[in-house]
Design a protein around this ligand. Structure first.
Ligand code: SF4
Length: 241
């Protein structure tokens, strides 16, 4: 029987997709984002084991709250890192007519991506950087899988929300926002863009895990400046919120 590892389940999520949502935070992630505030979710040996039917049972308990827009969001960690489990959870949820959202960096097992996306109504895709060198610096991986996943979303006409964490001294410049706009403009089905201000709440967790925190000298991103950059981006790509 397929099982998967889940770190946490939020039952009344309001930010990871439209409406009221059950958000399933799956354990494990192949990326090592320098700004990650949940390093404990990167490892695959934590979390609690669930069968897809268990997940469905939990999601169904909240179905009455979903209304027209809400549903379930699979987040992480990186949900694509447990592709067979994710696929089965999505399939069961779709069978029950539940709206599905995938919050991902697009880094998973290519073999499953198309099938997984066939059960996904909305993709929330994290953009970490725009060049391979920067992507590697930010995540420790090459940008290829992220771009391939985005291409597949385009090919399959998937609705997209794009997210990018803004880190002082790394990408908090108008030039970066212009490059981001140039990157986003040719994409279709982009419904929303969100710039998330970097914060330092994860720092203490690295100390506890005895791991190096690469942004030790970086201050949190000012949320107001981040909002200004987001508005600028929206103007450039002509998307209102
Ligand atoms: S993709 Fe998310 S969970 Fe994975 S390392 Fe980056 S911020 Fe952390």
């Amino acid at each position: 029987m397929i099982t998967g590892k889940i770190k946490q389940i939020e039952t009344m999520g309001l930010v990871d997709g439209p409406g009221i949502r059950v958000v399933i935070f799956m354990q494990g992630c192949p990326l090592r984002c320098i700004f990650c505030h949940n390093p404990e979710m990167q490892e695959y040996d934590g979390g609690t084991k669930y069968a897809p039917q268990d997940v469905l049972r939990i999601v169904l308990k909240y179905k009455n709250y979903f209304g027209n827009q809400g549903g379930v969001t699979f987040s992480g960690g990186e949900p694509l890192a447990q592709p067979e489990f994710l696929l089965e959870c999505l399939r069961l949820c779709k069978e029950e007519g539940i709206n599905t959202c995938l919050d991902t960096s697009g880094v998973g097992n290519d073999k499953f991506n198309e099938k997984i996306l066939s059960y996904v109504d909305l993709v929330i895709l994290d953009i970490k950087a725009l060049t391979n060198d920067k992507y590697k610096e930010m995540t420790n991986l090459s940008i290829d899988k992220n771009l391939e996943f985005l291409d597949l979303c385009q090919k399959l006409n998937k609705k997209l929300w794009l997210r990018n964490v803004i880190v002082p001294g790394i990408n908090d410049t108008e030039n970066y926002i212009k490059s981001l706009a140039t990157f986003i403009k040719p994409l279709s089905n982009v419904e929303k863009v969100e710039l998330l201000p970097y914060h330092t709440m994860g720092k203490i967790k690295y100390e506890k895990l005895n791991r190096e925190y690469k942004l030790i000298d970086t201050l949190p991103m000012d949320p107001n400046i981040c909002k200004d950059l987001e508005n600028k981006l929206r103007e450039l790509i002509k998307i209102s919120d």
